[in-house]
Design a protein around this ligand. Sequence first.
Ligand code: SF4
Length: 345
Amino acid sequence: MLKPSKANIWASPDGCKAYPKLVRLFPNNKTSIAAEDGSFSHEIAECLLSNLNPSVGGGDVYDCAKLYADEVLSYDFDELHIEDEVHCNMIHPSLKGAVDCWAVKDDTIYIFDYKYSYTQVEAKNNLQCICYVAGILEKIGMPELNMEVVITIVQPRGYHPEGPIRKWVTTVNDLENHFNDLRYAASLAMSANPPARSGKHCKYCSARHVCSTAQEAAYNAIDTLSMPLPTYLPDKALSQELLTLNKAKRAIENRITGIEEIMYSKLDNDIHMPYHELQYKKGREKWTIKPEMVAELGDAKNLNLRKPLQVLTPTQARKLGLEIKDSYTKRDEPTKTIVEKRKES
Ligand code: SF4
């Protein structure tokens, strides 16, 4: 099966067509805490959109879900399709997935995708949402080709220069080239021998421990790292060198985390490894009783077990509507980080 949510891997020009097949053969059966938080926040969002009371009414997972739900509800649609499964047969019969939310109003298709992750996701040319458009078109029947499409990504966490809500307005007609590219990518991905291509996406691939392409990339990276660094590099070469080294670093990290996963399972099963063993560190001890009871226990022995009063940050306070005098807050010195440009200048 092909998933629209992974189209950025199997359908993007620098992605990996072998990813769906390899992940099917070597699935990841573990769920990470981040994935569980993401699912929980999606459940809260679903409740908010369906006018149901979510199980929590505050905290980061709730605040993020609320931002997404408020954006969807601001359109005042007659009918919302929430977590709706769509089949994208016009791309490939194996392609299907659930859209976070979609609606049609005034001859415009609206697609909302809620991201709880930190990795930046763009609305423009978003392959996952373009797959959804194909599935929605099948549901609503053949539309006018100039029907408008509005793709909205709501990603409250992680910084993006355009803010947490990004939109891309296009038309069904203008998506035709994307549909063709997706058809071609899907047919390659579902072929007997889909081509593999290593890259940043290997980090999310549960087959990276067995993948010869990822292995080769890691070994090439090791060769790159062992090359002597010239004493002088012109600016363009310097910038290129940093790009190459970061790529090499990622290839090696992908390989290490893949190998570590197998190694954990072997060592957990008492299989002897010549150069590695498991080391256990004590987990953090936590109270199992309520904070008030902890404080009372301390009071009885004349010990203050209370923490100093904790308050929200100025940004959080402003979000709640507080006006703050300039002299009440100050900013730390800005920190500097080198990041890769989105486009070469
Ligand atoms: S490890 Fe990377 S190159 Fe190999 S199948 Fe997975 S995504 Fe493709």
